[in-house]
Write a protein that binds this ligand. Sequence first.
Ligand SMILES: Nc1ncnc2c1ncn2[C@@H]1O[C@H](COP(=O)(O)OP(=O)(O)OP(=O)(O)O)[C@@H](O)[C@H]1O
Ligand SMILES: [Mg+2]
Length: 552
Amino acid sequence: MTGGSASRPLVEGTTWMRIGRRYLAPLLVRQMPGEVPFGFLGRVLPVHADVELRLEAHRLPHARALELVHGARAVAEAELSAGGAGSATPELEAERSNAETLGREVAQRQQELWRVGVCFTANGSSRPRVEAERLRLAERLSEFGFRTRVPRYEVRDALAACGLSGGEARPAGYWQVLSTDGLAAFFPFVDETVLEPAGILVGLSLANASPVFLDRWSHASHSWGIFGTTGAGKSFASALTILRTRWMRPETELVVIDPLGEYTRFVRALGGEVVRLADGDRGRLNPLDPVTTGGDRREKAARVGTMLRALFPSLKDEESAILDASISRLYERDGTTPTFDALADEVARRDPGRLPSLLEVFRSGSLRALNGPTTVRIEASTVSVDLTGVPDDQLPFHLTYVLDWAYGRLRSRPGPTLVVLDEAHLLARQEGTAEFLDRLVRHMRHFGAGLLLATQNPDDFLARASGRSLLRNLYATAFLRLPEVSAETRAFFGLGGAEAEWLPKARLPRESGYSESLWRVGEWHLPLAIVASTPEFEFLTSTLGGSAPAEG
Ligand SMILES: Nc1ncnc2c1ncn2[C@@H]1O[C@H](COP(=O)(O)OP(=O)(O)OP(=O)(O)O)[C@@H](O)[C@H]1O
Ligand SMILES: [Mg+2]
């Protein structure tokens, strides 16, 4: 399904195209039938015929859908009341009543309308063959009430690859407007593996290729985890999940926390904003601003303690105690927004020793840009924080306050939000940050948000009680290839012996063009191929990856 074809010679005829030695003859639909029998596609595309169907579907916004169904009903009514239809009256009646039913269903959101690109293609090794194949295809379609058309001088446009937005030039007869039921009639799946029909496609069963859908929003926890060795496809699967989530629910907000800057171009291509911490050109995030806890200063003081311990892991117990006392005092004082200057003064009052010199980093050292009030303002519904350029040993600190900031954002903008945290192991090593992440995951669902956590090894989290609690709060867990499956991982996730032996052999995308994975969802264990469609693949491979240029 994925991957572009190498450049083979391409010849375009009036009504066909030749790529290498294969001839392709597209066939478009001039008029759809009112109804099709269940399973009609199997008869239109029998296995012995070298024909295929390509579908692309784009959901119409609700308001536009309502407008269309009301328009269709008004036309049928006008024609009926004009009375000139004669023998066509029963059909017009049926049309009016169908439009009425559909209008009601669309208004109640039981159905939606889709702009669907439909292109049948006959394949063959010679021109006469492919044309004969197309003729038979047109005959079979007409038995089901389809009226078809052969594109002339427009073959290239008919067959051009699909983009994600459906903005390509297409011949007449390519686009159809279908209801959800109408679109569903085109799907050949009869298997019931589809777990949660309102969800997104997460993969195809490795046993029988049937699609599996999961709906994060219909469960108490909206959070998922993805684990796998380097190159197993975690970042790709995360971005694919983002695309499909927004496709199903365009109103979903997105916050990507991106230690390696892999999502920067991707997020910009989605129309989002990127904050590159190391540049500071979007302004300052004051890690001490209590707005993130909704003004709960005690809770904020605890989080500040956590982030500073992530920055200074070598603190001795007594230093830690002085720091905590200084932070508490800072937040008890009055209603002002603390800065690192004020914190450094508090600390200096208590400690003649090492702490003041450690905090000097916020006054004259590499973190001085954080000393002052927050000036970053992001209204966009899609945002990523790119941490490239931040020194490795400071990553856990930056990740902690960025997560705290993200939490504040969820609180002030409740509603479906997907928070993506890649390289999450950076927060698993220390008790404080692991505990913070665990609490965050438990609380974010109250704001309608879910975390998508990606990291290499589940063992990083299994080593601590807070990590285990976090893992327990993930509704779905996907394992891509793991170099080895530890006894702890096996026991915690209830993996069978065969599963544990298979995971180190699961195929990598660079070997097979997709990721093999094992999904653990509630009681289910599902071996799935994570497969992108061609437009998804092209979009993802052209936008994902490090070293994004600064915005120009
Ligand atoms: N499902 C897939 N289908 C096709 N190609 C994929 C798929 N998943 C990943 N790839 C490709 O495989 C490569 C590695 O994927 P990715 O960067 O997502 O791995 P990763 O698990 O995030 O690795 P790391 O731990 O190093 O971050 C990328 O070039 C990506 O485009
Ligand atoms: Mg990655």
